[in-house]
Design a protein around this ligand. Structure first.
Ligand code: ADQ
Length: 489
C-alpha cells in the first residue's frame, strides 16, 4: 500500500470511506494477509501524498472475535489504516441492502431491480436503520482517532449520514463530504423514502463536493425543492448556516502511469501483447463488472460492427477485462452469466479456428499488466450507462503518449465533460451509433488522433488526483475560515 509513503506531513487528514484500500484475508487466529483492493476511489486516493493521512473504513471481512480484531488492527496500522468492524447482519442490511441495492442503482438512474421491488419496499426501513447505525459506527471510530485541527473527509454514498453524526458530537470538526457517483436529478432523488433525512445529514458538512457541476446543481435543486431551503451560488443556506457545494473533478496520478511504461517488466508485457495480436487492431474495455458500466451493450455494439464490417473480422480483437465485484448480490451474478453468454455467442459466430474476436477476462490485472494493455491499445471503449467520472478513460490516455489511440467515451460518464473534446462521445444505449464510432475510430487518420490525444493528455496530466485532493482540502479550510469571519461580523 503506497498510502504510507507520504511526504513531509503537512496537515492531518482522516479519510473515511466504506472500504479500506486493502482487503484482509485471515491466515490464522491472529495473522492476516492484506491485499490491495481495486476501484476508482482507491486508485484516486492512493495518488494523494500531500497530507499526513489515515484511512478509516471496513476491511471487507467479518471478525467476530477480539483476538482477530486486535491482530487485524495492528496489521492495518502499518498501512496507516484504521478498521471499522461491521458484523454480518449490518453488512447485509447496510452494505448489500441500502447502499448497493437502493442508493447505487438510484444514483445511476437504474431504479430498483424489478423482481425485488416489493421485497425492497418492505425491508426499506430496516435497511435504512442499519445504514444509520453503520454510519454511527464509523463516526465512533473517527471520534476515537480525531485530534483538534484534523480535517475529516467523508467519501461516497455509503456515508451520507456521517457528517451529521460527526457534527452532532463535535460542531468544531472540519468535515467535508465527496460523492464519487453521479448525484441524480432531483426528480429521481425525490422517490427515495429517506430523501429528506439524507439531504439534511449531508448538509451538516462544511463542504460538499461532486465530480461535475451538473451533479452539484442536482444536489442544490434537491435541497431547494425537497427541503425548501435557499440555493445560493456558493451552496445551500439553512437558517443562516451555509453549506458550500462545489464541483471537484477527480483525476489520476498520471506520472505513476507514465513512469511505469519505462519499466522493463511493462516493456516485456507490451512486447508479448504486440506479438500475440500482431496484424490486428486492439480494442480494450476495463471495468468493474457492474451494470452501470454497460458491458453487455458494449459487446453488442462490437457484434454489430463485425456484422456490418466483415472485412474487419480477422483484423480486430476486443479485450474486455472485467473484475467481479459484489459477487454475493444476485443481480451481479446474473450480469456475469449474461456477459459470458453474449461473448460465447459472438465468438462462436465470428471466430475462426485460430482466433476469436473477443477475449473476456473475469479478473483483476496487476498494475504493470494494466499499463502495458493500455499502451498497446488502439481504441478504448468506455460505454458506462452512468458513471460518476470514470478513471479508466484517464488511465488509458496517460499511457498513450506514443500510440495516440482513440477513446470512445459514454456521454453519461462524468469524464465526458473533461475529455469530451478529445474523445468520440457516444450514447451507450444506441448500439448502432457505438458500432459506427468503432469504425470511425479504427479508420481515424493519424493527424486527427494526434490532435484528440493531445487535448486529453494535457487534461489528464494537469488535473491529477493530487491536485484534486489538495483543492478540496484547501477549499474546506477556506470555507471554515469564512464561516468564522461571518459569525464574528
Ligand atoms: P469505479 O466505479 O470503480 O469508481 P473507475 O473510476 O473507472 O470506476 O475506476 C476503476 C478503477 O479500478 C481504475 O483505477 C481501474 O484501473 C481499476 N480497475 C477496474 N477494472 C480493473 C481490472 N480488471 N483489473 C485491474 N484494475 C481494474 C467510482 C465511480 C467512478 C469514479 C471513481 C472515482 O463509480 O465514476 O470515477 O469512483 O471517483
Amino acid at each position: 500500500c503506497e498510502w504510507k509513503e507520504g511526504r513531509t506531513p503537512k496537515q492531518r487528514l482522516l479519510v473515511v470511506a466504506n472500504r479500506l484500500p486493502v482487503s484482509a484475508v485471515r491466515k490464522g487466529e491472529d495473522s492476516w494477509q492484506l491485499e490491495m483492493s481495486v476501484g476508482g476511489l482507491v486508485s484516486a486516493l492512493l495518488g494523494v501524498k500531500e497530507f499526513d493521512a489515515r484511512w478509516i473504513g471496513w476491511a471487507g471481512v467479518n471478525v467476530p472475535d477480539s483476538v482477530g480484531q486486535k491482530a487485524l488492527t495492528k496489521a492495518l496500522a502499518e498501512k496507516r489504516c484504521i478498521p471499522v468492524f461491521l458484523d454480518e447482519e449490518i453488512v447485509h442490511q447496510y452494505y448489500n441492502g441500502y447502499c448497493n441495492n437502493i442508493l447505487w442503482p438510484l444514483f445511476h438512474y437504474l431504479g430498483l431491480p424489478q423482481e425485488d421491488r416489493l421485497a425492497t419496499t418492505r425491508s426499506f426501513q430496516s435497511q435504512f436503520d442499519a445504514y444509520k447505525k453503520a454510519n454511527q459506527m464509523f463516526a465512533d471510530v473517527v471520534h476515537k482517532h480525531y485530534l483538534d485541527g484534523d480535517v475529516v473527509w467523508c467519501h461516497d454514498y455509503h456515508l451520507m449520514f456521517l457528517p451529521k453524526c460527526l457534527k452532532e458530537h463535535n460542531n468544531k470538526m472540519k468535515v467535508g463530504w465527496f460523492l464519487h457517483t453521479p448525484f441524480p436529478s432531483s426528480e429521481i432523488h425525490r422517490t427515495l423514502p429517506s430523501r429528506s433525512e439524507l439531504l439534511r445529514s449531508v448538509l451538516a458538512a462544511d463542504l460538499v463536493g461532486f465530480h461535475t457541476y451538473d451533479y452539484a446543481r442536482h444536489f442544490v435543486s434537491a435541497c431547494t425543492r425537497i427541503l425548501g431551503l435557499e440555493g445560493t451560488p456558493e451552496g445551500v443556506e439553512d437558517q443562516g448556516k451555509l453549506t458550500r457545494v462545489a464541483a471537484f473533478p477527480i483525476g489520476i496520478d498520471s506520472d505513476r502511469f507514465i513512469r511505469a511504461l519505462e519499466l522493463p517488466q511493462v516493456q516485456e508485457h507490451m512486447k508479448e501483447l504486440k506479438e500475440r495480436f500482431a496484424g490486428r487492431k486492439v480494442m480494450l474495455g476495463v471495468d468493474r463488472l457492474d451494470m452501470i458500466k454497460g458491458i453487455p451493450q458494449k459487446i453488442l455494439a462490437f457484434e454489430k460492427f463485425l456484422e456490418e464490417n466483415l472485412n474487419w473480422r480477422d483484423k480486430v480483437v476486443l479485450l474486455q477485462i472485467a473484475v467481479p465485484t459484489r459477487t454475493d448480490v444476485p443481480e451481479y451474478q446474473k450480469l456475469t452469466s449474461q456477459v459470458h453468454e453474449i461473448v460465447g455467442r459472438i465468438n462462436g459466430r465470428f471466430g475462426t479456428l485460430t482466433a476469436v474476436p473477443i477475449h473476456h477476462l473475469d479478473r483483476s490485472l496487476d498494475f504493470h499488466a494494466l499499463c502495458a494493455l493500455y499502451a498497446v491499445t488502439d481504441v478504448a471503449l468506455v460505454t458506462s450507462l452512468r458513471d460518476g467520472m470514470n478513471l479508466v478513460s484517464y488511465e488509458f490516455v496517460a499511457c498513450q503518449a506514443s500510440k495516440k489511440g482513440v477513446l470512445i467515451l459514454s456521454e453519461f460518464a462524468g469524464a465526458a465533460q473533461s475529455l469530451g473534446a478529445g474523445a468520440i462521445l457516444v450514447n451507450p444505449w444506441n448500439v448502432t451509433e457505438v458500432a459506427a464510432s468503432i469504425g470511425y475510430a479504427l479508420n481515424m487518420p493519424a493527424d486527427e488522433r494526434e490532435k484528440r490525444h493531445h487535448h486529453n493528455f494535457m487534461h489528464v496530466t494537469t488535473h491529477t488526483s493530487q491536485e484534486w485532493a489538495a483543492t478540496f482540502v484547501s477549499e474546506l479550510n477556506d470555507t471554515i475560515v469564512e464561516a468564522q469571519l461571518r459569525t464574528r461580523q
